[in-house]
Design a protein around this ligand. Structure first.
Ligand code: SF4
Length: 141
């Protein structure tokens, strides 16, 4: 198994609570989250700053860019870029899941999401910061 995951989705997966843009998108995100949460399974993840596995199921996916709103593509690309930089990983490179999880737990603080996820409508619900906090407790304790 190999997953393609875009930068900002590397954070979203830890706070995902079954909300999303369509039933198909929710189904795909749920399956990614399930794969990520299985401690005994490791697999390669190609990290991208472009469409990923989840985007393929999104009703807002256009031919070449996110079409959720006028500025959504610029916005999600900027979120991807910030997360890749913060995690010190590169677009197009492949990493093992365990490595990505460890980097996320070590390098991301819940309040970093105020900057990393600035402008995301899900941020105010608090579930994403909670997800990062739970990850840190699980991986670093
Ligand atoms: S706030 Fe938005 S971009 Fe950030 S982790 Fe949550 S859903 Fe993803």
């Amino acid at each position: 198994m190999k997953r393609i995951i875009r930068g900002h989705h590397l954070l979203c997966i830890h706070g995902f609570k079954g909300m999303g843009y369509s039933p198909k998108f929710i189904e795909v995100m749920s399956s990614i989250v399930e794969d990520i949460s299985h401690d005994d399974t490791d697999f390669p993840i190609q990290v991208v700053q472009s469409f990923d596995d989840a985007c393929q199921a999104c009703p807002h996916k256009g031919k070449t860019q996110c079409e959720k709103s006028e500025d959504s593509n610029t916005h999600v690309l900027s979120l991807d870029g910030k997360v890749l930089h913060h995690l010190r990983i590169k677009h197009g490179e492949t990493y093992m899941k365990s490595e990505i999880i460890k980097k996320t737990a070590t390098l991301v603080q819940p309040d970093d999401l105020d900057h990393l996820c600035e402008g995301c409508s899900w941020l105010e619900y608090g579930v994403c910061k909670e997800g990062i906090q739970n990850l840190k407790e699980k991986v670093l304790s």
